[in-house]
Design a protein around this ligand. Structure first.
Ligand SMILES: *[C@@H]1O[C@H](CO)[C@@H](O)[C@H](O)[C@H]1NC(C)=O
Ligand SMILES: *[C@@H]1O[C@H](CO)[C@@H](O)[C@H](O)[C@H]1NC(C)=O
Ligand SMILES: [Zn+2]
Length: 445
């Protein structure tokens, strides 16, 4: 009995020193781990479920931050999602390691402390626990990729380019869509495996003006390229662009999603277009389900990048829009000149807006019914250095009755289908794209 107790004591002592074991935790072990962490760090963590998988497994999200239970004005919401493809298991492992790292270093490590004091970090380690449990532990193939209904979750989101907004959604997808309504996420990444590259929106196109030289370019392309490079250059080797011996080269370790291969119904475009949350798809390992011995190396390669990426939530400008009574208003449209988003960015229920922007001068226009349209110029510095975006509040004034009613920008503009007769020359590349797509579907990342 004494020996047993001693062993138990030694084990818990060792694991407190060396942290979470580098191995694949099944869904029950993961749930236990998240509950233990939440019990050990109640001041900086909050654990909740956002829904269930088809087989009834809880989709757990751990929130970390100085105020984990609720949003605070000026504190941006950030998220990481792992294991959306059940057999791409490295993201799931790394997000659990990240939780271990952040909780154990709060108030001792300056970077971790500043990150958790200045932002609220939501982590969904596994979006597809059913797929994970049914995975074959192999590098390349697709066993375990799909959810229990055999659906690819990264093709099941509403897509403005496809107009498939009425289709039926899988439970896991529905859970994420509902989750996005509960918080105003500002920045996000979605962790995959099978390549090493940071991919950014758009993933899809319907041949409208967004399609430029085979890239599907969003109005925030400059910001997305910066975000992708932040990850690839903070990663041990992603920026070299040729980490996997059999894959194509990615210049600087980044790619436009559509340029790589067109992808309808993806989560990244959904976050950006519909939820005004900028999201990247991070491919973080050549092998989708590598031997456990490789996990510590993968963690070391990604750790600085995972931390640096969170800090990017402080890019640009943020603030509150108030009405003529000084009350914060919801659904005011906040537009940055030169950036026509498919769905205009709006203030959330706290009257707040967040706009990730690179340093420079920007003209911002705020529109709200019954109030004068307000246009102001802001000078944006590099926010991540200060762990805060520029704060700029807008104080609206009532419209006088003589002026005409405020024209609110349309809610979401469906991109035009751009193929006209004069564009027929672009049909040929489209055929090539389709062929490439067919070839790439074999790869399925
Ligand atoms: C972070 O917040 C904690 C709790 O309020 C405080 O004790 C600590 O000094 C803060 N640290 C930094 C670096 O902001
Ligand atoms: C932004 O505006 C400030 C003040 O008007 C000016 O000094 C600065 O040069 C401008 N910066 C850029 C990048 O245009
Ligand atoms: Zn994937």
């Amino acid at each position: 009995m004494f020996v047993f107790t001693l062993c138990l004591f030694l084990w818990s002592w060792l694991s407190s020193i060396y942290g979470l074991e580098f191995r694949y935790h099944n869904s029950m072990e993961m749930e236990q781990y998240l509950k233990d962490i939440n019990r050990m760090f109640p001041d900086i963590t909050h654990l909740h479920g956002i829904g269930q998988s088809v087989e009834g497994r809880e989709l757990w999200v751990l929130i970390l931050g100085q105020h984990p239970r609720e949003h605070r004005t000026g504190i941006p919401e950030f998220k990481y999602v792992g294991n959306m493809h059940g057999n791409e298991a490295v993201g799931r492992v790394l997000l659990l390691q990240l939780i271990d790292y952040l909780t154990s270093r709060y108030l001792s490590d300056p970077l971790v402390t500043r990150l958790l004091n200045s932002s609220r970090v939501h982590i969904l380690p596994s979006m597809n626990p059913d797929g994970f449990e049914s995975s074959a532990r192999e590098c390349m193939y697709t066993i375990g990729r799909y959810n229990k209904n055999g659906v690819d979750l990264n093709r099941n989101f509403p897509d403005l380019f496809e107009g498939n907004t009425e289709r039926e959604r899988e439970k896991e997808v529905r859970a994420v869509m509902d989750w996005l309504k509960t918080e105003s996420f500002v920045l996000s990444a979605n962790l995959h495996g099978g390549a090493v590259v940071a991919s950014y929106p758009y993933d899809n196109s319907n041949g409208g003006s967004e399609l430029q030289g085979g890239h599907s370019i969003s109005p925030d392309d400059d910001v997305f390229v910066h975000l992708a490079k932040t990850y690839s250059y903070s990663h041990r080797e992603m920026h070299n662009g040729n980490s996997c011996y059999d894959s194509q080269d990615f210049t600087q370790g980044i790619t436009n999603g559509y340029y790589w291969y067109p992808l309808p119904g993806g989560m990244q475009d959904y976050n950006y277009v519909w939820a005004q949350c900028l999201e990247l798809t991070l491919e973080i390992s050549c092998c989708k389900f590598p031997p456990e011995a490789q996990l510590p190396g993968l963690w070391e390669a990604n750790k600085p990048a995972l931390l640096a990426y969170i800090q990017q939530v402080h890019l640009g400008v943020k603030g509150v829009v108030t009405d003529s009574y000084g009350k914060p208003v919801r659904n005011a449209v906040v537009e940055v000149a030169g950036r026509r988003n498919l769905c205009p960015f709006r203030t959330d229920r706290n009257g707040e807006y967040y706009r990730l922007l690179l340093p420079g001068n920007y003209t911002i226009t705020v529109t709200y019914p019954g109030h004068k349209t307000l246009t102001q110029t802001v000078q944006v510095q590099y926010g991540p250095d200060a762990f805060s975006a520029l704060t700029h509040n807008f104080f609206l004034q009532k419209n006088d009755y003589s002026s005409k009613a405020t024209q609110l920008p349309q809610s979401c503009t469906t991109p035009n289908l751009g193929i006209t007769e004069s564009d027929s020359a672009t049909l040929l590349p489209t055929v090539f794209t389709t062929l490439t797509l067919l070839l790439l579907q074999r790869l399925l990342l």
